[in-house]
Design a protein around this ligand. Structure first.
Ligand SMILES: [Ca+2]
Ligand SMILES: [Ca+2]
Ligand SMILES: [Ca+2]
Length: 250
């Protein structure tokens, strides 16, 4: 932001008349980071420094993966998840209608992911244990189910699998996310998170007693419904379509 201010002051200082206010050239990409000079001006990034925040990832790549090119603490997730935490409201709680608290959990790429970065799309949390064999069977369908719903409705959606116990019934280590993702073929389509501190058993109405637990989340991370058991989640998908329709989303 400091750069934007400085650039603005320099522009004003150098202006001899109003006609020279807009000096950027949309056909020029001086630092070859994939963003033209005018896009950089609008973003507040430097048109002469490909990595404005110095975090090792070029500005254009950060914009493409939905990561801030002006925040050195935020870089692209290896698994490709966006950083959508800016969409989440402050009204947090653990009941239906509340906004889910932000918790950080390791994913299948071995990185810690802020749950709120997964805002911006509808989600169904699929909360399970590693030892639940019938849950594995259903979890294997979730990648296809996610893609099918998105294709049919054009509503941004995916399941998010969270694992709160390992094969022995103990809290999972961070490696469990990668193991489980491989086992159920989630690839990088369905986020798989190891709930190492069992945060979601506290932060949602789900108590972990019946498997799997499921919570439907709005793009703002509001809990629209929570329930348990296997199934095709047809009612949850109908709820998402109705919610999206009311919210004016296609
Ligand atoms: Ca550029
Ligand atoms: Ca950067
Ligand atoms: Ca950054």
């Amino acid at each position: 932001m400091r750069w934007t201010l400085l650039a603005g002051l320099l522009t004003v200082a150098c202006d001899s008349d109003d006609s020279s206010v807009d000096t950027c050239d949309p056909s020029s990409d001086l630092d070859a980071d994939g963003l033209d000079d005018c896009a950089e001006e609008a973003l507040g990034t430097s048109p002469e420094n490909a990595d404005s925040d110095g975090d090792g990832v070029d500005d254009g790549d950060e914009v493409a993966c939905v990561s801030s090119p002006l925040d050195a603490d935020e870089v692209c997730y290896e698994c490709g998840w966006p950083h959508r935490d800016e969409i989440v409201s402050d009204r947090q709680g653990s009941e239906i209608g509340d906004t889910l608290r932000n918790v950080t959990m390791p994913d299948q790429c071995g990185e810690r992911v802020d749950l709120h970065d997964l805002a911006g799309a509808y989600r169904i949390l699929f909360m399970t244990t590693q030892w639940c064999a019938s849950c594995v069977e259903e979890a294997r369908e979730l990648r296809t189910r996610s893609r099918q719903f998105e294709r049919e409705t054009s509503i941004p959606f995916s399941y998010v699998i969270t694992v709160f116990q390992d094969t022995m019934g103990a809290p999972p280590t961070r490696d469990v996310a990668a193991d489980y993702a491989d086992h159920v073929d989630a690839r990088r389509v369905v986020p798989v998170l190891a709930d190492v501190d069992q945060d979601l058993l506290v932060d949602t109405p789900y108590d972990g007693n019946a498997l799997p637990g499921k919570c439907v989340l709005s793009p703002q991370m509001e809990m629209l419904d929570c329930y348990t058991g296997h199934g095709d989640d047809a009612e949850a998908f109908a709820m998402i379509e109705a919610h999206a329709s009311n919210a004016g989303t296609p």
